[in-house]
Design a protein around this ligand. Structure first.
Ligand SMILES: Cc1cc2nc3c(=O)[nH]c(=O)nc-3n(C[C@H](O)[C@H](O)[C@H](O)COP(=O)(O)O)c2cc1C
Length: 258
């Protein structure tokens, strides 16, 4: 089994890696970010896939939706287990990709929903003390381990795949936030006063949305709302939904060193 994932601030990468570590029982790297060129070759060559992504407003990130649609032929006949991370609630997080993938001929093995630290660093809602976030990550780790043990017993969890979850995602959030991430596409703000033109944001952006023009970062209206640039800017100069950076969320802060 291999992993293909998108992860803005590292939560989903952590969860997919953990799942595969428990499942494959070895340390060999077997998960690939969708921005990584190797992801497509690995997707072609493997039948059993763990697909991971964070949930944004009870929906798929734009970059993940595009990846599935652009590579739909590669999913035909694949067995896919879906891992979704979220700050609080996603309803049918796994169902969002499952419906697309079934349409393209994939077989959905199951779904796993994991509560992880909230990554929206410029909005106060859902902010938690560091130790609480660390505890959330420990709990997610335990849930992943239990989910893998269940797989060994022949049982795949089915989080977010039923009709009740579908209604919860749709009526609980998606309708209310309809197309919210599309509307955020051109809303990334870079504070020119704070920015020191280090170029880190441009290097990290998975969408190529930030370009260095005359040594200054400029945006191209193609943001996927992943908060990677916001969480890594050394001057806290970037915001998206809010107007001040309150916290820079990266998984490294929340994991115990092993
Ligand atoms: C634009 C945006 C929208 C989000 N919407 C939701 C949501 O609807 N429900 C939820 O529980 N978490 C939501 N989150 C939180 C993320 O899903 C969560 O922090 C996730 O674990 C981040 O994963 P990553 O580090 O792999 O990017 C949202 C995050 C962002 C950036």
């Amino acid at each position: 089994m291999i992993g293909i994932y998108f992860s803005g601030t590292g939560n989903t990468r952590f969860c997919v890696d953990k799942f595969l570590k428990y499942y494959n029982k070895d340390a060999v790297r077997c998960s690939y970010a969708i921005e990584d060129k190797a992801a497509l070759t690995k997707l072609k060559d493997n039948k059993d896939i763990v697909l991971g992504y964070p949930i944004y407003y009870s929906d798929l990130p734009i970059i993940m939706k595009d990846f599935i649609q652009d590579n739909q032929a590669l999913f035909r006949g694949k067995n896919v287990f879906i891992i979704v991370t979220m700050g609080l609630f996603s309803g049918d997080g796994a169902g969002c990709a499952a419906r697309l993938l079934r349409k393209y001929g994939a077989n959905i093995l199951g779904g796993l929903h994991l509560k992880m630290p909230d990554c929206i660093g410029d909005v106060k809602l859902l902010k938690k003390p560091l130790e609480e976030n660390r505890e959330i990550v420990r709990k997610a780790d335990a849930k992943i381990k239990a989910a893998v043990e269940a797989v060994w017993q022949g049982h795949y969890r089915r989080d977010g795949l039923g009709i009740i979850s579908h209604a919860a995602g749709l009526f609980g959030q998606r309708l209310y936030f309809y197309n919210k991430t599309v509307r955020l596409r051109d809303k990334l703000k870079i504070d020119g006063e704070k920015c020191v033109s280090c170029g880190k944001c441009a290097t990290l952006c998975p969408m190529g949305n930030i370009k260095m023009t005359d040594s200054r970062p400029t945006t191209c209206g193609n943001c996927t709302s992943c908060y990677r640039c916001i969480s890594n800017c050394p001057k806290q100069a970037i915001t998206l939904i809010g107007s001040t950076v309150l916290e820079q969320s990266t998984i490294e802060k929340y994991i115990d060193t092993e």
